[in-house]
Design a protein around this ligand. Structure first.
Ligand SMILES: [Zn+2]
Ligand SMILES: [Zn+2]
Length: 138
């Protein structure tokens, strides 16, 4: 998958200096950042970045389908640039580390839908990462 900044450039999305540093925090594998984390990282590169611009940019990218908005096990919203493939999340309940994984899609048989029209499904595997397993056993 092409990096978000490249996808946006190809779409002709106007990349101001602030938007660019915000988008660049959303680069790499297994990126799942909360808005305040994006703000901290962007501000370290470009001190004039405002929190309002961070929120506006993230929400606009979600509306454009270029970022996924997900809920972490801690209940906070995270933003995820991996929109190319449907994926699920493997999350450590101790340290919060969150990885993209691709497992079987859960299905819901017709008789269990109660007439509802399914829109989306979000799967999170709650787990403990190797580092935290080590800490428990130490
Ligand atoms: Zn952990
Ligand atoms: Zn993800």
């Amino acid at each position: 998958m092409e990096p978000l900044v490249v996808r946006l450039r190809n779409r002709g999305w106007r990349l101001t200096a602030q938007r660019r540093v915000i988008v660049e925090t959303m680069t790499g594998d297994h990126v799942h950042l909360a808005a305040d984390e994006v703000f901290e990282r962007a501000r370290a590169v470009l001190p004039e970045v405002s929190l309002a611009t961070v929120y506006n940019t993230l929400n606009e990218l979600v509306d454009m389908g270029e970022l996924l908005e997900i809920t972490h096990v801690d209940g906070r919203r995270r933003f995820d640039p991996n929109t190319a493939h449907r994926h699920q999340h493997l999350v450590c309940v101790d340290c919060g580390r969150m990885l993209d994984v691709v497992g079987d899609e859960p299905g819901l048989p017709d008789e269990q839908r109660h007439g509802f029209e399914l829109l989306d499904v979000e799967v999170t595997f709650r787990a403990r990462c190797p580092d935290c397993i080590g800490a428990v056993r130490a």
